[in-house]
Write a protein of this length. Structure first.
Lengths: 203, 203
DNA sequence: AACTGTAGTAATCGACTGATAACATGTCAA
DNA sequence: TTGACATGTTATCAGTCGATTACTACAGTT
């Protein structure tokens, strides 16, 4: 009768474990910001020990860089998937694709957070590069004019703000939340509302 | 011949000292985010000792709450000052007022940062309240329609992003920065460029 | 079956940070 | 003048966090 050890995580190939940790890290970084997140929290969320996270990624900063790079990748993927169809409705389809990213934990907040860290030498480089990739995609692949691209991104940033503020709970006294949401999500209010956490909730 | 002591800050009424610290704190919080700044950095920037900062404000969190509350106040002030004049150009004047806030260190980044902290119980409340005040000002005092208010705020968030990313330096290889800036600041590119720090600069 | 590289953990360290306590000095009313 | 309050500091602590080291165990190859 061999005693189950089981303190250690089930064995897995390093590449798979990395992907698993990246996914967990996206959620945690998204919920608590880069500086506000500990490598231990990421490790727990991924079901491994804290030193192992550090060993797989070198430093917390490098881990975060991989996280945001991956998030920009994912974002462009879903945008590209929304390209086929009536050309005049590309913007709408891509907007919908953006809001649907809300279900992928941390994806949007992590990108939003990265845009506030342009002053960090390493992270800033990756964040600018990610933003640049989005911009060029909109111009080159989606065929947006500069003005259309500006408008699209501005709306995305506004959505990030609504999400970050947790403006989707019941704060009738604080904000005319319904009006804000109606104005910001013309026809996706209900969906967005159900996808978002309220204030204080762990996301 | 009395020996100058001078290790201590020149005496000042507590109310004035608070205001001085709040100003310094806005700059530091704006440059390094809430979690990323230490009370000691704020104290140094204000020229006082670290324990005195926490004694005057109780906790770091309470200090930050006063900072963002003050920032939303200030923002509404400059918006209100831009109201008088041709009604059809109110939006332009307020947009200009917003970009001119860039010279007041930390004012814009701090507000941007606050919108990412809606999940924090205390800070989130104040951030939502600040956002709400802006929204109501736009609707009630500036006479914006919901759609106009949405558009105005979205543009502001985009500006915050540009600023946060430090997209104003020379990153010709990373981004068609000029095109982005042209699209985002139709007629204020040069002014904005001179007001913003480059990546790595301390702001 | 033994060897070797890979996957993973426990223990721990040094640096940092927010907060507290105790103390010092300046100001002002009576 | 004196005493009482307000302004401000030094010293220090207890907790936290990222990173390092040293170790264990599993898996595949020959």
């Amino acid at each position: 009768m061999t005693v189950e050890s089981v303190p250690t995580a089930p064995r897995m190939k390093a590449a798979d474990r990395r992907e698993l940790i990246l996914e967990a890290a996206t959620a945690v970084f998204g919920a608590k910001t880069y500086v506000g997140t500990t490598t231990d929290e990421v490790a727990r969320a991924a079901g491994v020990s804290q030193p192992y996270v550090v060993r797989l990624f070198g430093t917390k900063e490098k881990l975060f860089i991989e996280v945001i790079d991956r998030a920009y990748d994912r974002m462009i993927d879903v945008f590209r998937a929304a390209l086929p169809g009536a050309p005049e409705a590309v913007g709408d389809r891509m907007g919908t694709a953006y809001t649907e990213l809300l279900v992928e934990r941390g994806m949007l907040p992590v990108v939003a957070n990265s845009t506030a860290l342009g002053g960090e030498p390493q992270i800033g480089r990756v964040a600018r590069a990610g933003f640049s990739r989005i911009w060029r995609f909109l111009r080159d692949e989606a065929g947006f004019t500069p003005e259309q691209a500006r408008e699209f991104i501005a709306t995305g940033m506004l959505i990030n703000t609504i999400v970050g503020l947790r403006l989707t709970g019941d704060y009738g006294d604080e904000v005319s939340a319904t009006e804000v949401l109606d104005a910001c999500f013309p026809d996706a209010v209900e969906k967005v509302r159900t996808l978002l956490p309220a204030a204080g909730e762990p996301w």
